[in-house]
Design a protein around this ligand. Sequence first.
Ligand code: NOJ
Length: 502
Amino acid sequence: MSQTWWRGAAIYQVYLRSFADGNGDGAGDLAGLRSRLTYLKELGIDAIWLNPWYPSPMADGGYDVADYRDIEPVFGTLAEAERFIVEAHELDIKVIIDVVPNHSSTQSAWFKEALENPAARDRFWFADEPLNDWQSIFGGSAWSQVPDGQWYLHLFAPEQPDFNWANPEVHQEFEDVLRFWFERGVDGFRIDSAALLYKSGTGYEDLDEVHDVYRRWREVADEYGERILIGEVWLPDQERFARYLRPDEMHTAFNFDFLSCAWDPADLRRSIELTLDTHTPIGAPPTWVLSNHDVTRPVTRYGRIDTTFAHGGALHGTPSDPELGYRRARAAALLAMALPGSVYVYQGEELGLPEVEDLPNEVRQDPMYARSGGTNPGRDGCRIPLPWSGEEPPFGFGTGTPWLPQPESWRKLTAEAQRTDLGSMLSLYRTGLGLRRKLLGDGTLTWLPMGEQVLAFTRDSGLTCVTNLGADPVPLPAGEVVLASGPVEDGLLPSDTTAWLT
Ligand code: NOJ
């Protein structure tokens, strides 16, 4: 792979707890992941990004980290993680892990020390009374009280106390954590809540000081050669967003504008152009993301009347036409894979899994559900354990009862059922990612004028991608159709379909 593999990479997101269970306790783990590495190799990805794998009470699915230098026992051991990194590398798959610098866990050594010793509280935000009226992003106040009467800040759940980045010890700690994992071979970090680290009297989003942190982290990453930093930066202002991607800061950041876009030609074109205009001047490759562990699965989202992604669960349970959503999700996948830059695939996206919207409330685990008083169903519906094989739950996920229940109807969606079906979502992803490796990835695009309802462009390799978002079929340009998300007959591209031509 080239020195800059990440510029055009296909990165597969593994939500470890729901990927595959190797020891029968109902939760995914490293043993399960290691046993499925050939599946990922055959899918045609370049890298895996794992959600947090650190020891954690799981108050927020592992984003409440108790120890940044070890592995959650439910997932395995540090030795196993090291073996996994070696095995992935043997298959030429890079490994990216999550780092969570905004907050830790109330079970972390530092927070426990702070509770015992008020003189050791400066690594967090402690005060005699709440310093402001900030609300937690998961609902309720962002301040909670400890037994001796002081209050501490948590932008997320009360189990996730925020670090005080004005304290040099916090800087030192995270640089050391980066080194700890770089030395064990990880190829990069996905940086959680990357824009939120600093707090001031006026707020906490995107304060200028945060860039000094990433400049320093970039120096650390560069010491180890080809290692990368990927930001979770949800900022509507593209100029502010682009500042994180300056040549001495992060390498890439998730494209949440594209992820939140409606299935609408004007909105998608606007988002693609905005993305290219933002990234091109700074030389950073765009990323194309359709889903992750925080958002509604595309098959469900695209089947609704309102096809945008909205935070807060506002559209949860609104009617969704499964066939329409499935067709559009296929078309969207080929569109995303054809755009210049890197592409993300969230586990289960390649199986066309829908969002599970009818989970019984008593099994919901996402803190968003409880913290919102039940008004926001939370994100469990996109985190259901994967169906691998067989006719009934647990569908080869493991031998135990999965930590969240799988729908019976997923028998049609198992990896096994789709593997040999050339018309399946899995086959589409495999073929698409394979062609993408040869013909797409990093570079530029040239738009082709095909009317307002059609997105069409040619890539540097000569491959043309055409997506029809209108109601009627449209004639395809000249060329051989090498892949299509739906039936192409007599040179006509049906509604909600993407075709690739050479
Ligand atoms: C973003 C992560 O993707 C999400 O799952 C988590 O709840 C928050 N950051 C807090 O860490």
